[in-house]
Design a protein around this ligand. Structure first.
Ligand code: URA
Length: 208
């Protein structure tokens, strides 16, 4: 089965089991991830808001528009990344997700990450950051690349402010943009690291 079909199957499974999930009253309450299944960059937000739950697409409301505009500005359109959320159903009044809700959606998010297998995960806001970096404060680590060991695989996590925070103040908006402007350089650096690792392996194979 190809990757897109596997992701579709995962989404259908979640819909079939909607009654085992918190917040969901029907299968169509679920808002799945979207984008390029082969993406090197995966973005994880908090949970759907009103517009996301109506359109059944992540990040299409006000903060989504800012996120998608910022991605375009760094030449990484939303179609080239994979965008998802920690929880897949809108909490009432857009309140924060509870630990119980986050835990209930965790197995699905984990499978989604394993299928996408991104090189970098950009966490948007503190809830998705806490999945990989539970001990840190977002104000101290935003825009800094972290190497993380997760399920026997190592990859990079780049914690960012949530776009909703960037909509609340000019200072946050500047920070948000400055952090995103680092992404193209990070991707070039990652490619270089992969090339170096390949060359090193070839040399080792020739010598030993
Ligand atoms: N905020 C999020 O965290 N996710 C969305 O999909 C929309 C708004």
């Amino acid at each position: 089965m190809d990757l897109a079909a596997e992701l579709k199957k995962l989404q259908q499974n979640l819909e079939k089991n909607f009654n085992t999930l918190p917040l969901a009253t029907k299968p169509t309450d679920l808002v799945h991830g979207e984008g390029d299944p082969q993406a090197a960059v995966m973005l994880i937000g908090e949970g759907p808001g009103y517009y996301e739950s109506v359109q059944r697409r992540p990040f299409v409301g006000r903060s989504g528009k800012l996120l998608r505009k910022t991605l375009n500005e760094i030449n990484l359109s939303a179609e080239k990344v994979w965008i998802s959320n920690i929880i897949k159903v809108r909490p009432p009044d857009n309140r924060d997700p509870t630990p119980k809700e986050i835990a209930a959606f965790r197995p699905y998010l984990n499978q989604e990450i394993e299928l996408i297998n991104p090189e970098i995960i950009i966490t948007l806001g503190r809830f998705s950051m806490a999945k990989f970096l539970p001990e840190v404060k977002i104000s101290q680590v935003h825009g800094r690349l972290h190497k993380v060991q997760w399920k026997q695989k190592s990859f990079y996590v780049l914690p960012m402010y949530h776009p909703a925070a960037a909509l609340r103040s000019t200072q946050m908006a500047e920070s948000f943009l400055a952090d995103f402007q680092k992404v193209p350089k990070i991707l070039i650096w990652l490619k270089e690291q992969q090339e170096i690792a390949k060359t090193k392996q070839k040399v080792e194979e020739a010598l030993f």
